[in-house]
Design a protein around this ligand. Structure first.
Ligand SMILES: *Cc1c(COP(=O)(O)O)cnc(C)c1O
Length: 348
């Protein structure tokens, strides 16, 4: 991926200059904001990186459940709302499977921006309710996230609302990209061999790849990690396209999985996701809902980690990675625990 970096800013900072307060905002020089921007923050980022004791091997978990609304979506929403308030945006609209709606509802509420969310009928009821309680106007749409996306586009056009959907707005992937910066810093600027990531729209994957690439370019790290992209086998369009060497992702017909954050039949950024995977010499694999369910129980029992299904998919993937000897136990692995199970208790 061609990375556009601002050498003037980055040339002036060194690793030692980073603010000591853990937050995405200590990496401000890497983000599309400047000193004039008033930061809209709820304490996102700066999440723990801890060793997973139950896996023999060298596995760390990046615990994104600790974010304000329980998922890493808060990173993207904090950055987007910061930039949008500086631009004078008064109202925004987005489509979501649930978690992005909660994050944008919270940050819009803080910044006095009106927030409207279109969610598919299948969306998790707690996520719907939380978005509403945080002040968003919520519309449930018959059909999939793609149908919610069409309603979002239509409204953005007719009302002039800002469309904050995945890869329509540029801010969300930079916000999620801060996970790459934190992981490197938390490992003492050593880079893990693998980052295991549950791919839905691919925002985090593309965002982290951009940041790893910038870090390598400016010499803060020596190499970039390999990605492991994980999807449920009832909706695995990226896994299918990558493993059959396609350059774009075909729509997955009749997506069915308990992992609602990964129920994205045709990610808008399919080509970018595949390119990041190829550039990183990555691995793509799918897991069953039964494996996801088992991993949820295991993560809570062995590690005290309460995960939602989309997030537990990565734990399920670890069994494949080691069992099928796709990776070696000596290699350093970081698993992203993207979301808390507190919103999805009915699936536990
Ligand atoms: C959104 C989401 C994902 C997928 O993230 P993308 O960056 O869109 O690929 C994974 N897990 C959880 C819990 C999510 O909310």
């Amino acid at each position: 991926m061609d990375t556009i970096i601002n050498p003037e800013i980055l040339g002036e900072i060194s690793r030692e200059d980073l603010d000591s307060t853990p937050s995405i905002w200590k990496y401000r020089a890497f983000l599309p904001v400047n000193e004039k921007h008033k930061i809209v923050s709820a304490g996102e980022g700066g999440t723990p990186l801890r060793k997973l004791s139950s896996f023999q091997g060298n596995v760390w978990v990046k615990d994104e459940t600790k974010n304000p609304t329980g998922t890493f979506k808060d990173r993207g929403a904090s950055l987007a709302i910061t930039a949008l308030s500086a631009l004078g945006v008064k109202d925004l609209v987005l489509s979501s499977e649930g978690n992005a709606g909660c994050s944008f509802a919270l940050y819009s509420h803080i910044a006095d921006i009106a927030c409207q969310v279109f969610l598919p009928r299948q969306a998790n009821p707690v996520k719907v309710e939380l978005s509403q309680k945080l002040g968003a106007k919520v519309t449930i749409v018959d059909g999939t996230i793609a149908d919610a996306g069409r309603r979002t586009e239509a409204l953005a056009k007719s009302e002039g609302s800002y469309n904050a959907s995945t890869f329509v707005t540029p801010y969300r992937h930079d916000g999620k990209g801060t996970m790459a910066l934190e992981i490197c810093e938390q490992l003492g600027w050593k880079v893990p061999d693998y980052v295991v990531y549950p791919v839905g729209g691919g925002v985090g994957l593309v965002g982290m790849w951009k940041m790893f690439s910038i870090l390598e370019k400016i010499g803060w790290i020596k190499k970039r990690p390999r990605f492991v992209a994980v999807q449920p086998n009832g909706c695995a369009p990226v896994v299918k396209a990558y493993n059959s060497k396609k350059v774009d992702v075909d729509e997955w017909k009749n997506p069915q999985t308990m992992a609602s954050g990964l129920r994205i039949p045709k990610p808008v950024a399919g080509k970018w996701i595949l390119r990041c995977l190829r550039e990183s010499d990555g691995i793509a694999l799918s897991v069953t809902d039964a494996e996801i369910r088992k991993s949820m129980g295991q993560a809570v029992k062995d590690e005290g980690l309460l995960l939602e299904p989309s997030s537990a998919a990565t734990i399920a993937a670890l069994h494949h990675l080691y069992g099928e000897k796709l990776i070696d136990r000596s290699e350093e692995v970081v698993v992203i625990a993207t979301g808390s199970g507190l919103k999805t208790l009915e699936q536990f």
